[in-house]
Design a protein around this ligand. Structure first.
Ligand code: ZN
Length: 392
């Protein structure tokens, strides 16, 4: 009995240690770190999205824009602490809220530079997305009243070189059918790279069966091209700073993940069983084990040459009370007035009324929401919310 108790206690301590290491990898406060002359990395708190800042004599170039409005404002303050130059360009490495969401704080007058697939997507934005873009920063509401998100966009197809104030900034896109427009930003003079979506450190990749983040095959192609440049400093999309070794580490990770799912396919296992058995426990301590199910399902499709999972989105409405908030308002659990428990995803383009932004959402708040349910698909992280109103 005592031995059992001791073993249980040891296991408990180990599990607690692992849980701790599996969480925050970056610090509790965002940092602004000089990585070369006139080049700074914004390192998001607790693995929030990172950004890159290049200061030149003709203005500032910002790459990605922070997770939530408070982070974007902090990024703006950091920039002002090192230069009086205005932000002239905002480059977007991936078309996801935690990288794009802060754009309207700088644009206009800054121009936003995106891959043409991203520009194409922005051209299809729904009214709630445009409204959210215009009103996300209360200090910008007047300035953006008549601005369409596409108005300040410069887009490119393959590669683009930006020369500003004596600095060279290269934007690199590696084409494949499902790349949604993810790019890396490379500073050849200082050896600094923002590796965009494939820049991961100690974090399981967020790859999805609808290929909205591309495929592992496309990621491997990008990793080949980016690692050949041998970055001295690699700024990942999330997590602490790294270098070329971390690009190689993710290549190894993806090859192992593919091998595992391929072996299960060869045994004839059905999807549900593959999702159940799949793990990447070789990478214990990495952030976001919640991504396993989607990694497995994405590989299941990819390795059989299947296209992206296309799910019809059905709009539904709810009224209820928030019972749980995670990741600063990105994930909510809501008990509806009819007694259902629903998990919701508040994205950066959720149009929020009655609260400054998602980071101030709290358990106990009464809300109503317009959300979408993908038919026949696994909404592993919850249903996406288009409109959220916090009612008094
Ligand atoms: Zn991200």
């Amino acid at each position: 009995m005592r031995e059992w108790l001791l073993r249980t206690m040891v296991a408990g301590v180990m599990a607690a240690a692992m849980a701790a290491s599996a969480h925050a990898i970056t610090g509790e406060k965002a940092e602004f770190k000089k990585v070369a002359d006139d080049v700074y990395a914004f390192i998001g708190k607790l693995n929030d999205a990172n950004a890159l800042v290049v200061v030149t004599s003709q203005g500032v170039v910002v790459v990605d824009t922070g997770n939530n409005p408070p982070e974007t404002r902090l990024l703006q303050q950091f920039i002002r602490s090192v230069t009086a130059q205005p932000v002239r360009y905002v480059i977007i490495t991936q078309n996801h809220g935690d990288h794009v969401g802060g754009t309207p704080l700088f644009v206009p007058p800054a121009l936003v530079v995106v891959h043409e697939r991203v520009a194409k997507d922005w051209a299809t934005w729904k009214p709630h997305q445009i409204k959210s873009w215009r009103t996300r920063f209360r200090e910008r509401v007047d300035a953006l009243k008549n601005v369409h998100p596409l108005d300040q966009v410069v887009s490119f197809g393959d590669r683009m070189t930006l020369r500003l104030g004596g600095k060279t900034i290269e934007l690199i896109y590696v084409d494949d059918l499902h790349n949604p427009g993810d790019i890396a930003v490379w500073l050849p003079e200082s050896g600094v790279m923002h590796a965009g979506f494939v820049g991961y450190i100690d974090r399981h990749p967020d790859i999805r069966p609808d290929y909205s983040h591309g495929t592992t095959w496309g990621m491997l192609r990008q990793l080949d091209v980016f690692s050949a440049l041998k970055p001295r400093v690699m700024i990942p999309a999330h997590g602490p700073l790294g270098d070329v070794k971390d690009l190689h580490a993710l290549t190894d990770y993806l090859l192992l993940a593919r091998k595992k799912v391929l072996a299960m396919l060869q045994q004839g296992l059905p999807l549900a069983e593959i999702v159940k058995q799949f793990h990447m426990n070789e990478y214990k301590g990495w952030d976001r084990e919640s991504h396993f199910a989607w990694i497995a399902e994405t590989l299941y499709r990819e390795l059989q040459g299947m296209g992206p999972q296309l799910a019809t989105l059905v709009e539904e409405r709810l009224a209820g009370t928030i019972t749980q908030v995670a990741q600063e308002g990105r994930r909510l659990t809501v008990r509806t007035d009819s007694g259902r428990e629903l998990r919701l995803r508040i994205t950066s383009d959720t149009d929020i009324a009655g609260a400054a932004d998602r980071s101030v959402l709290k358990a106990g708040m009464k809300v109503s929401a317009l959300y979408v349910v993908p038919q026949g698909a696994n909404a592993a992280l919850g249903f996406d919310v288009y409109e959220l109103t916090v009612t008094p």
